[in-house]
Ligand binder design. Structure first.
Ligand code: UD1
Ligand code: MG
Length: 484
């Protein structure tokens, strides 16, 4: 259903002084996105005729977030309050009859709740319908003053509460639906009667009431949906709720999450059935995980693409890399961007990969750096193998074929190529290509000197004797005296 008579107005010009930040409030992040992006996305399914975002502080950066999502922006400069912000928004509005108005700092609101609000407004024939919530601790919020069970007489800001009103625990979420032809004249009568000399949108409610217009308040089913982000503590709480929603959605899709409250998952992440996430895992960016994978504790995956049956052992860091079916990595593996680890391959502890392709069934199990390397299938990369891919000026590739055996502690000075079936002796520094099926050995030849060690020990013992005898003759009284 398209809502051709409806506009969305998001007030996002404020600085957010209480966050104590150089970043505008709506550009702070919760649940893996900026606050303003979360709100615009929640409004999208309403299919309003237009979405107007009032910008002020760091207007360009805010516009850069919302304009690609289809919103238009209008500049409020200076920021003289939420009522003033609405007057600024009016300039950019087309011919909508109704507007859903939201603050830029209450990102948890759900599309469904906004739909219910708009429907209640229409069916109640109201001039304004407020989304309210009942909170155990209403401090910091404007309070909804009701004159009857259904109708509202005013919203009173925290700073202007009487003792009696302070007891009210129904708060204004700052999310409303307005009938615009009724709102504008009421807003015109509002005066900046407060300490900050700002024009408060909330004061328009009392004006509407005094004109005999209908003002309703719809109580949100879940009070957590209206949490505002005025402080860092609020931000943390809002982030927590978003993260919980995401984890619950994945669990509903068949993913097991152990100690879920310790697991952080970004909104665009997907995971297949019977995948297990152990405690303290982070799945970030556009990470996509197949079915039956296990991501073990302490691992952080960013923009990673995993096939099915992949195991990520504890404490791995993976960025922008692909792991195909049945791959096992870690513990303590680090995959920097642009790797492709093919089916059944294994990357072990303290192995770092960068821009490398690891062929099917290939193993690099211990203590290696493989950068700009292309490795074929079923090869074995010994412990401590290093690709020397950088000469201080440029990066060079290493190419390793199929069924290659690279002995431990090999350095491969790139550019260099090991042919299929080649064998590299442990401890080699390979500077030239090794042909297919050849042995490459590049190290000093071993020489054994018979009885050398025994002779050396005798010499050392003889040199030690006189020294020991002379040290016995001098008792170390001096140090004892010094102690007193
Ligand atoms: C506001 C409400 C309060 C409500 C609370 C819910 C007012 C006067 N008060 O208070 O009743 O309980 O939200 O979270 O509206 N903004 C502008 N231009 C301005 C001032 C603000 O665009 O000149 C924007 C801010 O960027 C913010 C939103 O309006 O996104 C709300 O402003 P904020 O300062 O957070 O108001 P609260 O004190 O939270
Ligand atoms: Mg606020």
């Amino acid at each position: 259903m398209s809502n051709n008579d409806l506009a969305i107005i998001i007030l996002a010009a404020g600085k957010g002084t209480r966050l104590k930040s150089s970043l505008a409030k709506v550009l702070h992040r919760a649940g893996g996105r900026t606050l303003i992006e979360q709100i615009v996305r929640a409004c999208e399914p309403l299919k309003a005729r237009e979405t107007v975002v009032v910008v002020g502080h760091q207007a360009e950066q805010v516009a850069a977030v919302v304009e690609p999502l289809g919103a238009v922006t209008v500049l409020q400069q200076p920021q003289n309050g939420t009522g003033h912000a609405m007057n600024v928004a009016k300039r950019a509005l087309g011919r909508a009859k109704y507007a859903v108005v939201l603050p830029g700092d209450a990102p948890l609101v759900r599309t469904e709740t906004l739909k219910v609000l708009a429907a209640a407004h229409r069916s109640g024939n109201a001039a304004a319908t407020i989304l309210s919530a009942v909170l155990a601790d209403p401090s910091g919020y404007g309070r909804v003053v009701r004159k009857t069970e259904t109708a509202v007489s005013a919203i009173v800001e925290e700073s202007q509460l009487t003792e009696e009103e302070r007891e009210i625990n129904e708060i204004n979420s700052a999310i409303y639906c307005f009938t615009l032809e009724k709102l504008w004249p009421a807003l015109a009568q509002v005066k900046p009667n407060n300490r900050h000399r700002e024009l408060y949108l909330t004061d328009a409610i009392a004006v509407l009431n005094s004109k005999g217009e209908t003002v309703l308040a719809q109580v949100a089913a879940d009070a957590r949906e209206v949490l505002g982000c005025n402080t860092r503590v609020d931000l943390a709480e809002v982030d927590r709720v978003f993260r919980e929603r995401k984890r619950n959605a994945l669990m509903d899709d068949g993913v097991t999450i152990q100690l879920p409250e310790t697991v952080l998952i970004d909104p665009e992440v997907t995971a297949g059935e019977d995948t297990i996430l152990e405690p303290a895992v982070q799945l970030l960016g556009k990470t996509k995980i197949g079915a039956r994978c296990t991501i073990r504790t302490g691992s952080v995956l960013t923009d990673a693409i995993l096939g099915d049956d992949v195991t990520v052992e504890p404490h791995c860091v993976v960025a922008q890399s692909r792991l195909d079916d049945r791959v096992i990595i870690g513990p303590f593996a680090r995959l920097r961007p642009d790797n492709h680890v093919k089916a059944g391959a294994r990357i072990g502890n303290f192995v770092e990969l960068k821009k490398s392709t690891i062929g099917e069934g290939t193993k690099a199990m211990h203590l290696s750096y493989l950068g700009d390397a292309k490795i074929g299938t079923k090869s074995n990369i010994g412990a401590g193998t290093i690709t020397c891919n950088y000469d201080g000026f440029h990066k060079y590739p290493t190419s390793i074929g199929n069924k290659v055996f690279v002995g431990s502690d090999t350095t491969l000075v790139a550019p260099v190529r090991l042919g299929d079936g080649a064998y590299v002796a442990a401890g080699s520094t390979i500077t030239e290509n090794v042909p297919a099926d050849a042995l490459g050995v590049a190290r000093g030849r071993q020489v054994n000197k018979p009885r050398w060690a025994a002779k050396k020990r005798r010499e050392l013992a003889a040199a030690e004797k006189p020294r020991k005898a002379s040290s016995k003759r001098k008792p170390r009284r001096a140090s004892k005296k010094r102690k007193r």
